[in-house]
Design a protein around this ligand. Structure first.
Ligand code: 26Q
Length: 839
């Protein structure tokens, strides 16, 4: 047995003493917090007044707050246990949590008391909160959505637990050097993570490699043994997820990979010490780094290891807890649900079958009846190249038993297809979980659909396109499995937390209930035309713009004037999101300045930010183009005061908390039919920004909610994009439109790359290519015109303020509280459980 498991065996043997855990509640007044803080600073951390490192007061405060969380965490856990309630497990390779400290103070309602105690201690709370590193365990939308979901579930008192990986290195840090993206590793755990609680007593064993053997067991039953494996340990670390002022604290459980001691011993005894250490390294590699969302990284073995590691550890953990209170699996499916965040954890379907059949002696049919009743799959993409596939040979080598199970699932499924469409062999080939070819592939999305009782998209248009296109065969077979769940964002972090002045204004007028029930924002409607309210609204926007301008100055060295339109596009850099269209428009504005054509001009500050996947050359070149254009325009005295451009480096969750409150215009300009939903669009709307956007993803629903008159629409519809691809003629568009041809000429002349000839040729080729997937020029004219409308609207300050207020007022649909209520109503069917109050 393993060393550290043995220690826990001893612990369990000794009788637990009743009053061991019976401790009085901790004070939450300023004095108690201050004393606790001082205790940690002096006794636990051993620092003196001479210590200048901000890290220690941060750590002492985090410990102080975690203690308060801990009490509520335990109460929540025991309430769930006592009620034997149904649970949901949110399985995700990504949780983009951002900072925890401010969020904890907000949700536990401790901000004022902490502020008071820090005032007494002469410490600057804001500075300390800002010193916290972001937990960047995600790429973008999908990972941040998981974090918002956890916040809403805790706030709604839904028994939902997150399962993910504790990556040693999160999303890379982005630097901009001479306009180029340079990646730096994000060793976020270097100084420890004060919020986590290690739980080695719940360590699990994960198998890799080996081979399968079939034997008849002593009951005469054929049994499969997966032998010769190289095992890896999964050690859980728990992160508390507080609900908003409700005593609930849910759990995010993250797994860290570690080598087994057995391994070292075997190799060591055979005299190969260094090989033993190497094995240890290879085990620990599994949770070393978050994969950037990069199509060049597709099919990598380590990624499949990560996926299986998460799936197996989490399922074994759920089963372990289940068997503490139940003798068998008879009502497991009634009491448990797994929500798969995209196909990334989909191997869970095969793994759960394996555990039930091989480890718990179920028949195939019994195991399938359970598995297919508790798995639910969310799709987040329409791009065919983003659909996950794994080569069969790789699968066979790494997870031989799982491949056998997938083949069996497929063979039974294809019989169903044959029954439904007799004689239709094309359909069988199209729908098979195994794609035939020189190297056969496992199609993970198909496995997810076959093994789940629910399949959902993340915005109305997205779900419709899945049903009509990508998954149409499956939709025909099982129409009732498919459903839509439009995304949201948590109003705690994305309004109350990041926009304290607006929070106060809203609360002054309608009370505080809106923070938990965003539909109450409607009540602000009666103040829409009240002078006082409008003046304050404007003042707050100006103040948030100043805060953003200050950040832009420190991060980019560019001066933003707060009287100008703050025009912002921040998100991952990808061709379909069309940052290129944005910068082409900037060049158009610059051309107008140069031509002296500034009638109806509204001054603009254009901010673009986001990370490019390290292997995505076009995305990286787009960053370089934005930087070069910015450099030229910002240094041209003719443009001074009229136009400023900046590329924001290292865009992340914490940056967005400053950016979205200070934005006037939100750029949501993807090629229609490509952006599944978008969630940045919702954060901007909530904070009173207006959207310029295409009819894509959740933009459609945003426009529906806010009204056409409060949204700047442009571009082709998804249907038009589909049907006009074959007749797309960008060169003709250039020739027929003098503004567009001026922009293209400007690029061709090398104006923005005078020392680097040909640098932007790939960009020029892509926009002039009739096969350009993203049809950038098809929408350029209509984008320029919509931007004209923006400028006109901005000059009418009264109108703009009305539109801004209307955006915030109409944003209630985009709270993840609504999203989670819908998941629960249609998929999970959990009862809400209130935590026991702290006595
Ligand atoms: C795949 C293979 C190998 C390594 C990494 C990946 C990978 C990682 C992350 C693939 C995709 C992602 C993330 C996708 C994502 O963020 N999608 C976005 O999800 C949001 C939440 O639903 C939507 O709002 C966005 O529209 C969608 O693009």
């Amino acid at each position: 047995m393993y060393k550290h498991c043995n220690n826990f065996k001893l612990m369990v043997k000794s009788k637990p003493v009743d009053n061991l855990t019976n401790v009085p509640p901790l004070g939450i007044d300023a004095d108690s917090l201050k004393n606790c803080f001082r205790y940690y600073y002096n006794h636990t951390l051993g620092r003196s007044k001479n210590c200048k490192a901000i890290h220690y007061p941060y750590k002492a405060l985090s410990f102080t707050l975690k203690d308060r969380l801990m009490e509520r965490w335990k109460k929540t856990h025991s309430a769930y246990e006592e009620t034997d309630c149904k649970r949901t497990y949110y399985l995700s390779l990504e949780f983009l949590m951002g900072r925890a400290l401010s969020n904890c103070m907000l949700n536990l309602d401790l901000k004022e008391a902490v502020q008071e105690s820090f005032y007494q201690l002469g410490l600057d709370l804001e500075e300390i909160a800002e010193s916290e590193q972001d937990a960047g365990l995600g790429n973008g939308g999908l990972g941040r959505l998981a974090a918002c979901f956890l916040d809403s579930c805790a706030t709604l008192q839904l028994p939902v637990k997150g399962y993910g990986l504790r990556y040693e290195y999160g999303m890379f840090k982005q630097h901009i050097k001479q306009g180029h993206q340079v990646e730096e590793t994000d060793h976020w755990l270097l100084n420890g993570n004060p919020w986590e609680l290690e739980r080695p007593e719940y360590t699990q064993h994960i198998k890799f490699g080996g081979y399968t053997e079939y034997h008849t067991n002593n009951k005469g039953k054929m049994t499969v043994y997966w032998n010769g494996t190289r095992d890896v340990l999964a050690i859980p670390y728990d992160i508390p997820i507080p609900g908003f002022k409700n005593g609930t604290v849910n759990t995010l459980r993250l797994w860290k990979a570690a080598a087994t001691d057995e391994f070292d011993l075997d190799e060591f005894n055979s005299g190969s010490y260094t090989e033993a250490v190497e094995e240890k390294n290879s085990a620990e590699h599994i949770t070393m780094v978050l994969y950037p969302n990069d199509s060049s990284e597709n099919g990598k073995e380590l990624r499949l290891r990560q996926q299986y590691f998460l799936a197996s550890a989490s399922l074994q953990d759920v089963i372990r807890e289940w068997l503490l209170h139940h003798n068998d699996f008879s009502n497991f499916a009634q009491k448990n649900c797994f929500q798969l965040n995209d196909t990334h954890p989909t191997i869970s379907i095969a793994e759960f079958m394996r555990l039930l059949i091989d480890e718990y002696e179920h028949t195939w049919d019994e195991a399938w009846a359970i598995t297919s009743k508790c798995m639910a799959y969310t799709n987040h993409t329409l791009l065919p190249e983003a659909l996950e596939k794994w080569s069969v040979p790789l699968f066979k080598c790494l997870l031989p038993r799982l491949l056998e199970i997938i083949y069996e699932i497929n063979s039974r499924f294809l019989k169903q297809v044959a029954m439904h469409w007799p004689g239709d062999s094309v359909r069988i080939q199209q729908m098979s979980i195994i794609e035939e070819g020189p190297v056969p592939q496992v199609r993970m999305a198909y496995l997810a659909i076959v093994g789940s009782f629910s399949v959902n998209g993340v915005a109305a248009l997205h779900t419709e396109l899945l049903e009509k296109g990508l998954f149409n065969n499956f939709y025909q077979l099982w129409p009732k499995k498919f459903n839509n769940k439009t995304n949201g964002v948590t109003p705690r972090r994305w309004l109350a937390g990041c926009n304290p002045e607006l929070r106060q204004l809203i609360t002054q007028h309608i009370g505080e209930k809106w923070i938990k029930d965003l539909s109450q924002l409607n009540k602000l409607k009666k103040y829409l035309n009240k002078k006082d309210f409008r003046e304050q609204w404007k003042k707050i926007k100006q103040s948030n713009k100043s805060r953003l301008a200050h950040l832009v100055k420190t991060e980019c060295g560019v001066d933003f004037n707060t009287d100008a339109i703050f025009d912002v596009q921040v998100k991952r850099i990808h061709e379909y999101k069309r940052q290129l269209l944005n910068i082409l428009h900037v060049i158009h504005l610059y051309n107008r300045i140069k031509a002296g054509d500034t009638k109806n001009w509204a001054n603009r500050c254009v901010l673009i930010g986001g990370k490019a996947a390290p292997g995505y050359a076009m995305a990286k070149l787009t960053i370089k183009l934005i930087s070069n254009v910015a450099e030229i325009i910002n240094n041209d005295p003719q443009a001074d005061g009229l136009l400023k451009v900046a590329f924001f480096p290292n865009y992340n969750v914490s940056a967005m908390e400053i950016i979205c409150p200070g934005t006037d215009l939100s750029e949501q300009i993807s090629t229609a039919g490509k952006e599944a939903s978008g969630t940045g669009n919702m954060k901007f709307m909530m904070n009173g920004a207006l959207t310029i956007g295409t009819l894509d993803g959740a933009n459609i629903e945003i426009r529906e909610e806010v009204g056409n008159e409060n949204f700047f629409l442009f571009g082709l519809t998804a249907e038009e994009v589909q049907s006009s691809h074959h007749q797309y003629n960008p060169v003709e568009i250039i020739n027929k439109d003098k503004d567009i041809s001026a922009v293209v000429k400007m690029l061709e002349s090398g104006y923005f790359n005078q020392c680097e000839p040909q640098l932007f040729d790939p960009i020029l080729h892509s926009i002039k290519n009739p096969y350009d997937m993203w049809m950038t020029l098809a929408d350029f004219r209509s984008y320029i015109d919509a931007q004209e409308q923006v400028s006109l609207a901005y000059q009418d300050s009264k109108r703009w303020t009305t539109m801004s207020i209307m955006n915030t007022l109409s944003s209630s649909k985009f709270s993840t509280d609504r999203t989670m209520e819908e998941y629960n109503r249609d998929i999970w069917k959990l009862d809400k459980v209130s935590a026991h109050p702290i006595e």
